[in-house]
Design a protein around this ligand. Structure first.
Ligand code: AMP
Length: 495
């Protein structure tokens, strides 16, 4: 396969700053011990810049790409600042909420919480995570016991406030993580309500991968004289990600994805779909091709999503097909590749998507498929990242006759009813030799053209099934799961 690849910048991102050590920041030995448990010695650039500034009590506006280590960049100094209040008293009153970290998605909340928990583990500080889609009772119990650091998604946080299980009146530090996504997801009114519940005197940290006018406006409303920390060029893609843009026919995209996965022998890849239906269909198509795949999107329960994510992390699932919202904030160590099955409607999402790979300095591959109808989306992305892609062909890919025929008959326009897809067949100057040969294959009848996988109702994967049964109401018989999947039960297991 001839790969015509384009890179944003030739030199790879530096994962850490070797001239600086965490010990140089004056962090407590308890924090340093937790860092050494993680194997971290040197800070990443955002950490090197943010930690001293946050320790000084300053507000921060951080333009941080995903995978830069920004979570430790804000959580380590927060823990340090709160250590003065750490105590082992059993009284909840001695453990008021002192830091609030808001994230747009449940997955990101969970991931940030996991980091905070790890960094606090040798201290007496308590942390917990609250997000929707799961039973509120255990969260209520945790909050009632007294918690210094709360990581939350806005909606569920407000539920707790309303139920009076959470009092924010002693919050000293507010973090808004992935603020751009919070606005995209319509959280602005919730954010304003939350800000109104906090003491006026507090430290504010805001992180965002991209900085639109709206984000700047939000920052101006609640940050006081902030220090701007911009480690990476805003609205730029991760420097260490190799990006490839393949032109394909709309109707053979699913096959093209399985071809790429097989050809590159990919064992851990996130594939992005713009729609929930598209994600489920693609996941089923990949499974029909023998690829271990699972879809995560907004229609799946939180437990299904977490089970799929964990199965993916454990290598039981090779391909996670995700929508943007579901994938937001996922940090899967050393994810080697992401594939854009659809180009995102919003160019900023391209930056977020490809940020899933090449994290913390590791190199990554971002492969995107685009059809003729996507040219405008492609140009939008190019404008945003200020880079012109080489439009490459997926050399060696041969579409199956049925798909090619579907394409030729123009019947396969997608679920959005877009019939302008590129059914140009051999006439297309961009079609590969192999695709052309597919177009000249023996025509099939209309009935045969429909891929039966696409007509089947959604069937949850085994992992999702097991987890769904784990949340069955009391009294409902639960079939014991297979031993191999037992680790997936009872919330997100530790990595
Ligand atoms: P984040 O951008 O905070 O999601 O972090 C991205 C990844 O980098 C996570 O997997 C972290 O565990 C990892 N990481 C964070 N800080 C460091 C560090 N100083 N050295 C090595 N890896 C790190």
């Amino acid at each position: 396969m001839s790969d015509i690849q384009s890179e944003i910048q030739a030199d790879p991102a530096v994962p850490t700053t070797p001239s600086v050590r965490f010990a140089d920041f004056g962090l407590s030995p308890d924090i340093l011990r937790a860092l050494s448990d993680q194997g971290y010695v040197h800070p990443t650039p955002i950490q090197a810049e943010a930690i001293p500034v946050v320790l000084q009590g300053r507000d921060v506006m951080g333009a941080a790409q995903t995978g830069t280590g920004k979570t430790a960049g804000f959580s380590l100094p927060i823990i340090q600042l709160l250590l003065a209040h750490a105590n082992t008293s059993a009284s909840p009153a001695r453990h008021p909420v002192r830091a609030l970290i808001l994230t747009p998605t449940r997955e990101l909340a969970d991931q940030v919480a996991e980091n905070v928990r790890a960094y606090c583990r040798h201290t007496a500080l308590r942390s917990t995570v609250v997000f929707g889609g799961v039973d509120i009772a255990p969260q209520t119990a945790a909050l009632r016991s007294g918690i210094e650091i709360v990581i939350a998604t806005p909606g569920r946080l407000l539920d707790h406030v309303q139920q009076k299980t959470l009092n924010l009146s002693q919050t000293q530090i507010l973090v808004m993580d992935e603020a751009d996504r919070m606005l995209d997801m319509g959280f602005l009114p919730d954010l304003q309500r939350i800000i109104n519940l906090l003491p006026k005197e507090r430290q504010n940290l805001m992180f965002s991968a991209t900085f639109s006018g709206e984000i700047k406006k939000l920052a101006a409303t609640f940050l006081k004289n902030p220090v701007t920390i911009e480690v990476a060029r805003s609205n730029a893609t991760a420097d260490n990600v190799t990006q490839t843009m393949y032109h394909v026919n709309e109707q053979t995209k699913a096959e093209a994805v399985s071809y790429i996965i097989r050809e590159r022998n990919l064992k851990q890849v996130i594939v992005f779909s713009n729609t929930k239906i598209g994600a489920s269909k693609l996941s089923r198509h990949l499974e029909s091709e023998g690829v271990k795949a699972s879809a995560i999107h907004g229609d799946k329960t939180q437990n299904e999503r977490m089970a799929a994510l964990e199965a993916f992390k454990q290598g039981e699932i090779e391909v996670l097909v995700a929508t943007d919202v579901a994938a937001r904030g996922l940090d899967i160590a050393e994810l080697p590749c992401v594939i854009n099955f659809d180009l995102p409607y919003n160019a900023e999402d391209y930056v977020h998507r490809i940020g899933r790979t090449g994290r913390a300095g590791a190199s990554g591959d971002a492969i995107s498929l685009y059809a003729d109808k996507d040219e405008r989306l492609l140009v939008d992305i190019e404008k945003m990242i200020k880079h012109k892609f080489v439009r490459a062909e997926l050399t060696g890919f041969v579409a199956k006759p049925a798909s090619a025929e579907r394409e030729r008959s123009g019947r396969g326009a997608d679920a959005r009813g877009d019939r302008s897809s590129d059914g140009r067949g051999a006439a297309s100057g961009r079609s590969t030799q192999h695709t052309r040969s597919a177009y000249t294959s023996t025509p099939t009848t209309r009935k045969e053209k429909i891929d039966p996988w696409f007509l089947k109702p959604y069937e949850p994967t085994l992992a999702a099934d097991v987890t769904a049964s784990s949340v069955a109401p009391a009294g409902v018989a639960i079939k014991p799961p297979k031993v191999k999947l037992a680790a997936l039960l009872g919330g997100l297991p530790k990595r």
